[in-house]
Ligand binder design. Structure first.
Ligand code: GLU
Length: 495
């Protein structure tokens, strides 16, 4: 077969979120590693929704997760929305399949019904005070009569896997060989009393039927893996390779949580981060290309990715670094693309119609002037606003500083100058400098109040470039307005 064409490899991986909340940064990282691995190996990425926890799972979370994954730039080949040959891809739509496999194990006596209540198990644990707590495998050898008695009492059984006494070794692609002693492993539940599978059972049946070759997931699942291997073995089926990624920690090295600020992808999206910057940053949490480099395009990341390069050491999520990287991406971006991406934020601030009226040429000029100052897209409405609004507002303390006759007269003279010149930044600068010279004024004594009068701010991009983009008519109007504010504020300045 021609490997240089688009032919797919047999590698199949999955991202399997539980729709019980927004997409967490740690989960986004799992999704990204699966995506990078699938792309690198020309394999297939599957999105599977693990929604068996009926109480906590919500359709709206599923929609949000899908939306956020798409925003990051992760595409999957099979999933609940795209379909595929191994569906359905939502666990609640696969209950009959789990039941069939459960019955098979039951028939083969590799699983058994257990009628014990939680309280009974707890009570027995209390009494025995054995080292090994949890379920004591009591129902393993239940007679038919005993079972019947329990059924007549109206008890609804769970189904437990009969766990053999042997060691389970996980050959983890990131962590190496990890051994588990199953003498510490009780017979665990695979089907709940309501006829739905536990996470462990559903995940194995799905990975098996979806022909998953590599399970790439967080290290928090490593302790579940022996259970999964035991289920595969009971089913006489080969199991996939496992790769457990290190965890994501906050800057203080504790598990990333709300304490560290925003932990959902959605929060960063709503804060105006560029998805490309997010993709770049999250991708490099926990593996390196070996180079001392931090900016990588999506294609470069795909090209460089390998599980061998994933670190066993936990990754530190540093929001400051993400912000820094975001700034770099913003400065690299085409101005009109920044504008396009900022539209939701501009709309939210209520000035979208006014901005659109200015037309693309002007919008582009504004963004070019402000590009360096945009840390996230959320900054854009504020940084654009004073270019396009009819009036600007002034802070009271700033007005106070300039409310005197001298400044007022200076503005009147500048106004006269500006009326008669072409509004190009070189010409503006030349004239204002000349004005300073002629009146023996320090440039700062003129530039500063002029910037305030024209933009309402004390800082910003080049004054004359800004004035050029704001335009003559508006600049003159703002100066007139500023003069009248000075007069109002300091009646003595009125001659
Ligand atoms: N649904 C599980 C979770 O969200 C993932 C299970 C797995 O990857 O095996 O943690």
């Amino acid at each position: 077969m021609d490997k240089t064409t688009n032919s797919r490899s047999d590698i199949r991986v999955r991202f399997a979120p539980s729709p019980t909340g927004y997409l967490h940064i740690g989960n986004a990282r799992t999704a990204l590693f699966n995506y990078l691995f699938a792309k690198k190996t020309k394999g297939t990425l599957i999105l599977r929704i693990e929604d068996t926890d009926k109480e906590r799972s919500k359709k709206e979370y599923e929609e949000n997760i899908i939306d956020d994954l798409k925003w990051i730039g992760i595409q999957w080949d099979e999933g609940p929305d795209t379909g595929g040959d191994y569906g359905p891809y939502r666990q609640t739509e696969r209950i009959e399949t789990y039941k069939e496999f459960a019955e098979k194990l039951l028939k083969e006596k590799k699983a058994y019904y257990c009628y014990c209540t939680k309280e009974e198990i707890e009570e027995r644990n209390r009494q025995s005070q054995k080292e090994k707590s949890g379920y004591d495998n009591k129902c393993r050898n239940l007679t038919e009569k005993e079972a019947e008695k329990h059924i007549n009492e109206g008890r609804k059984p769970v189904l437990r896997l009969l766990v053999p006494e042997k060691n389970v070794v996980v050959h983890d692609l990131i962590r190496g060989q990890v051994e588990f002693d199953t003498s510490l492993q009780n017979d665990f539940v695979i089907m709940k009393s309501d006829g739905t599978p536990t996470y462990h059972f559903a995940v194995v049946i799905d990975d098996l039927l979806m022909k998953i070759t590599h399970v790439i997931r967080g290290e928090d699942h490593l302790s579940n893996t022996p259970k999964h291997i035991l289920i595969y073995e009971a089913l006489n089926q080969p199991y996939p390779q496992f790769a457990h990624m290190s965890m994501t920690l906050g800057p203080d090295r504790s598990r990333l949580s709300k304490r560290h600020g925003a932990t959902s992808v959605r929060a960063y999206r709503e804060d105006g981060y560029l998805s490309e910057a997010f993709f770049n940053y999250i991708s490099l949490l926990g593996w390196t290309t070996g180079e001392n480099r931090e900016i990588f395009s999506k294609d470069e990341l795909i090209n460089e990715f390998s599980l061998e390069r994933c670190s066993k050491v936990n990754a530190i999520f540093d929001p400051q670094k993400l912000l820094w990287l975001n700034g770099i991406y913003i400065r690299k971006e085409k101005p009109l693309k920044i504008f396009e991406d900022s539209v939701p934020f501009i709309r939210q601030s209520g000035i979208l119609d006014e901005v659109l009226k200015e037309g693309n040429e002007k919008i582009e000029k504004i963004i070019i002037l402000q590009q360096e100052r945009i840390k996230t897209l959320k900054d854009v409405p504020d940084l654009m606003g004073f270019f396009i609004k009819e009036d600007v507002e002034y802070a009271k303390e700033e007005i106070e500083k300039f409310s005197n006759e001298e400044i007022k007269n200076r503005f009147k003279n500048l106004h006269n100058e500006f009326e008669n010149i072409e509004f190009r930044h070189e010409i503006l600068e030349e004239n204002v400098r000349k004005f300073c010279e002629q009146n023996s004024l320090k440039t700062s004594g003129v530039f500063h109040p002029l910037r305030l009068a024209v933009t309402g701010r004390t800082k910003g991009p080049g004054l004359f470039e800004t004035m050029e983009v704001i335009g003559k008519e508006r600049v003159l109007k703002r100066i007139e307005n500023f003069i009248s504010i000075i007069e109002k504020n300091d009646p003595e300045s009125k001659i």
